[in-house]
Design a protein around this ligand. Structure first.
Ligand SMILES: Cc1ncc(COP(=O)(O)O)c(C=O)c1O
Length: 471
């Protein structure tokens, strides 16, 4: 008893010190001006399987698997061992003038999983640099091919592609650009393919026609000779897990092919098992993109690594061009990092040896049990695919003060979930989930029970505070 109390006091002291130091020295992603440089977030001390332990000693289900990345779960000894062994064998080599065995072996394995002729990989440090690489490659290729005006990039409202300048310019979530500059003159944004928000009375099939026709009209207006690439997450992740209407991706892909526009599938979230396959483009949606960007789950988050799968056809076109001296002046110190690639190889073993099959086997239960929450009045829709899902609250339909409610409702649910043992990712009026793929059926049931109680508590709270009238 006394030992437990001492442990609790020790934890509290350590947590207090961590908060104080963070507030003085640490800057974390996406801060607001009002808190920048003075902010502390929940401290996470350790992880094991689908759980993390926070600085208050609470054991929480890691609902978002970090940031959609800890696919194989926390504390996997075989991944930690490989990391250590590779660091001891070769911790780094320059990709400028040398190469290492793990990156070559990984490229061969990834080419075996990628659709069509996506046989080549350029490695990066994460997702933003993967997207940036794909875009810079498109620009380079069009310069070499004598099409210097074919550079516009088409992205979508609701999409998220990164935080470097050009990748961030593609982002289309509300508030992404309110206070940030961007290369807006190089980007055209299409409507978000969110069936839940389609115009009243429009069928899903008609909505799909509308979206494809919109892209056709954009090509017509801007001119195919000015559009270099279309980029799309097969399922929009940070925009609220938006699964496009049936047939949308193949039809968008066909329009790209007809107009010599490169189709970049941003699979930073959807690859490496999240939808039950190494890559989702072909296996889930039946499309063969020209490039696929990936990151996150490639190492299950144990080491920062990303990359772009690139079509052999594009390289052949360059090799046949009249500019054999043209240089793709693009590279990162940590491209093809031996440790990242070694970890990714082991992670791929884990996926192939059963985790992909497990993810496919449990995803039906995951989706169905979460959908039972749709009987709660605050819940507008539960949607998702594979092991990614979103609960969208629609308090704004009956609220007198929609904005306040919209902004806080996800956070309120998250707060209750944390008290009960679950981390979720609050996104304005949504809660997003993408647990480690190792999650079991009873653990899914735990998650859903915690969510139910947390949403009920949030509903009661909103009514009590006069923010919501309930239904
Ligand atoms: C679809 C998608 N693309 C790109 C990125 C950027 O990746 P990173 O944060 O590793 O740079 C993200 C990050 O969440 C993402 O979800």
């Amino acid at each position: 008893m006394a030992a437990k109390r001492e442990e609790a006091i020790g934890l509290a002291e350590a947590a207090g010190e961590m908060v104080a130091a963070a507030q003085k020295h640490l800057v974390q992603p996406w801060p607001t001006a009002g808190e920048i440089g003075a902010e502390a977030r929940s401290g996470i001390l350790s992880g094991d399987g689908i759980y993390v332990i926070d600085s208050e000693g609470r054991r929480l289900i890691d609902g978002p698997a970090g940031m959609w990345c800890v696919n194989a779960g926390h504390r996997r000894k075989e991944l930690a061992d490989v990391l250590y062994e590779q660091a001891m064998a070769l911790s780094y080599n320059s990709p400028w003038y040398t190469m290492n065995a793990p990156s070559v072996a990984l490229s061969e394995r990834l080419a075996g999983h990628a659709p069509g002729d996506l046989d080549h990989v350029f490695y990066t440090t994460g997702g933003s640099s993967a997207v940036e690489t794909a875009l810079r490659f498109m620009q380079f290729a069009n310069n070499v091919k004598g099409q210097p005006d074919k550079k516009m990039i088409v992205s979508r409202q609701g999409g998220y592609h990164g935080s470097t300048y050009l990748s961030a310019s593609l982002n289309g979530r509300p508030r992404d650009h309110d206070w940030m500059d961007s290369a807006g003159d190089q980007v055209i944004k299409l409507n978000c393919p969110n069936p839940f928000r389609r115009p009243d009375g429009m069928s899903e099939a008609a909505f799909c026609d509308f979206l494809v026709e919109e892209f056709g009209a954009v090509i017509e207006r801007a001119g195919a000779e000015r559009i270099g690439a279309f980029i799309a997450e097969p399922v929009m992740a940070s925009g609220g897990v938006i699964v496009p209407p049936d047939g949308y991706l193949p039809r968008m892909r066909a329009l790209c092919a007809e107009n010599d526009i490169l189709f970049i599938a941003d699979e930073v979230v959807t690859a490496f098992g999240r939808l039950g396959h190494v890559f989702a483009s072909k296996d889930v949606f039946g499309i063969e993109p020209d490039m696929i960007t990936f990151a996150k789950g490639v190492t299950s988050g144990y080491f920062p690594l990303g990359g772009v799968m690139i079509s052999s056809r594009l390289f052949e076109e360059l090799r046949r061009s009249n500019h054999s001296d043209a240089m793709f002046a693009h590279g990162l110190t940590y491209s093809s990092h031996p440790i990242g690639c070694a970890v990714a190889l082991k992670n791929l073993d884990i996926l192939e040896e059963g985790l992909l099959a497990h993810a496919r086997a449990i995803s039906g239960h995951f989706q169905q049990s979460l959908r039972t929450l749709e009987d709660l009045p605050l819940v507008g829709e539960v949607r998702g695919l594979g092991l990614m899902a979103c609960i969208e609250c629609v308090a704004d339909r009956v609220s007198n003060n929609p904005l306040t409610l919209d902004v806080t409702v996800g956070k309120r649910i998250d707060g209750h979930c944390q008290e009960l043992g679950l981390l979720v990712r609050p996104l304005i009026n949504m809660c997003v989930m993408s647990p480690p793929l190792t999650i079991t059926l009873p653990q899914i049931d735990d998650m859903v029970s915690i969510l139910r109680v947390s949403i009920e508590r949030t509903q009661d709270e909103l009514v009590r505070e006069g923010l919501w009238r309930g239904k």
